[in-house]
Design a protein around this ligand. Structure first.
Ligand SMILES: Nc1ncnc2c1ncn2[C@@H]1O[C@H](COP(=O)(O)OP(=O)(O)O)[C@@H](O)[C@H]1O
Ligand SMILES: N[C@@H](CCOP(=O)(O)O)C(=O)O
Length: 322
C-alpha cells in the first residue's frame, strides 16, 4: 500500500475543519497509486479524497489544482478541490502540501472495449478544448528534458540490447523535437498519464458511462497529440504483448475527432508520439524500479511492459484511418 505519510483520525479531523465538508466519520488509506499518499475521507456530507503530495512542491501544485478547478467549472468531470474560507485550495498537512477533492463515483474499467475507448477519446478532446483558455503555464515535467536527465541514471541497470534501444529512442525523440512539424503541434494543458486506472466508469456491465478523469499530477502544457498517444498505448493495446488493437485505437481517435479533428501533422506524427509515450513510461518505471523512494509498502510497475510497447510501436507504426 502506497501510504508514505501516515495520518491519524485527529489530524484528518483538524485538516478538514476549515473546508466546510461536514464532520469526519471515516478515514481509509488507499493502496493503489505510486506517487502520493491518498486517503478516502468520509463525512456526514459525503466522500472525498485527501492527497498528501510526496514529490510535487508548493510552487508546482497550484498549476494542477487550479487546472482541475478550471476544467470542473467547464463541465469536464474531474475532482473539484475544496477551498477554505479564503478560497485557498492548496493546504498543508504534516508539513507537506495537501488537497481535499471530491471522490468520483464508480470504478476502473481495466478490461476496456470500444465503448469505453470511445468515451475516453471523446472526453479527452473536450478536456483539451476546455483547457485552452487556462491561464497558468507549467511544462510537462516528465517531458523530453526529464527523459534526457533520467535515462543516464538507469542505463547501468540495463542489458546491452536495452541500452541500445533506450539510447537510440531518446536520440530519435530529441531530433524529432527540433523539427518544425513537431514544434507546430497544437498544445495546451494535457493530463499526460490518462491510463485505465486514472479514469472512472459507473453503471451496469455493458452500459458503463464515464464518470471522471483524475490524478492530474503529471499534467503540463504539451502537445495534445502526446496525450492521445499516452492513452492509445494503454487503452488500446493487448497488455500481454504491447500490440496495438487497431480497431479500438481507430474508435478512440474517431471519437476524439468528433470534438477536435486532428491536423495533418498530428496524423503524420502520431506513430512517433506513440513511441515517445512508450519511452516516457519505460523510463519512469525503470527509475521507480531501480532507484525507489521510501514508502510503507511500494509496488513499482513492471518496466518490461513499456519496453515491449516501445518495441511494438517501432516495429508496427500505426496511422489512424483517413
Ligand atoms: N477523486 C477520486 N475519486 C475516487 N477515487 C480516487 C480519487 N482519487 C484517487 N482515487 C483512488 O485512489 C487510487 C490512487 O490514486 P492515484 O491518484 O492513482 O495515486 P498516485 O497519485 O499515488 O498514483 C486510485 O486508483 C483510485 O482508486
Ligand atoms: N501510469 C504510470 C504510473 C503513474 O502512477 P499513477 O498511479 O499516478 O497513475 C505507469 O503506469 O507507469
Amino acid at each position: 500500500m502506497a501510504v508514505f505519510t501516515e495520518v491519524s483520525l485527529d489530524e484528518a479531523r483538524a485538516f478538514i475543519a476549515p473546508l466546510d465538508v461536514g464532520t469526519l466519520t471515516g478515514l481509509r488509506g488507499i493502496g493503489a497509486g505510486i506517487e502520493n499518499t491518498n486517503y478516502f475521507v468520509t463525512t456526514d456530507r459525503g466522500e472525498y479524497v485527501l492527497t498528501i503530495f510526496e514529490r510535487l512542491t508548493f510552487e508546482q501544485l497550484p498549476f494542477y489544482l487550479h487546472l482541475m478547478q478550471h476544467l470542473a467549472r467547464r463541465g469536464i468531470p474531474v475532482p473539484d478541490p475544496h477551498a477554505d474560507a479564503a478560497g485557498e485550495i492548496l493546504h498543508t498537512l504534516k508539513g507537506k502540501p495537501a488537497a481535499l477533492v471530491d471522490k468520483l463515483e464508480g470504478g476502473h474499467q481495466l478490461a476496456p472495449d470500444h465503448h469505453h475507448c470511445e468515451q475516453v477519446g471523446g472526453m479527452l478532446a473536450r478536456m483539451h478544448l476546455a483547457g485552452q483558455d487556462y491561464p497558468r503555464h507549467q511544462p510537462n515535467l516528465r517531458g523530453l528534458a526529464w527523459w534526457a536527465e533520467t535515462v543516464p541514471l538507469v542505463l547501468p541497470y540495463l542489458t546491452a540490447a536495452q541500452h541500445t534501444l533506450i539510447s537510440e529512442e531518446l536520440a530519435f525523440q530529441q531530433e524529432l523535437a527540433d523539427s518544425p512539424a513537431f514544434q507546430g503541434l497544437p498544445a495546451g494543458p494535457i493530463h499526460a498519464d490518462l491510463f485505465r486506472d486514472n479514469v472512472m466508469f459507473a453503471g451496469l456491465p455493458g452500459h458503463e458511462r464515464l464518470t471522471g478523469f483524475f490524478d492530474f499530477y503529471f499534467a503540463g502544457v504539451d502537445s495534445f497529440l502526446f496525450d492521445i498517444a499516452v492513452c492509445l498505448n494503454d487503452w488500446c493495446i493487448d497488455l500481454d504483448t504491447g500490440a496495438l488493437i487497431e480497431d479500438r485505437a481507430a474508435a478512440f481517435v474517431a471519437a476524439y475527432e468528433r470534438s477536435r479533428p486532428l491536423e495533418g501533422n498530428e496524423v503524420r506524427l502520431l506513430p512517433a508520439l506513440m513511441r515517445a509515450a512508450a519511452l516516457r513510461f519505460w523510463t519512469s518505471r525503470l527509475w521507480d524500479f531501480h532507484l525507489p523512494r521510501d514508502a510503507a509498502l511500494l509496488q513499482p510497475h513492471d518496466p518490461a511492459h513499456f519496453e515491449r510497447v516501445l518495441q511494438a510501436r517501432i516495429d508496427n507504426p500505426w496511422h489512424p484511418p483517413r
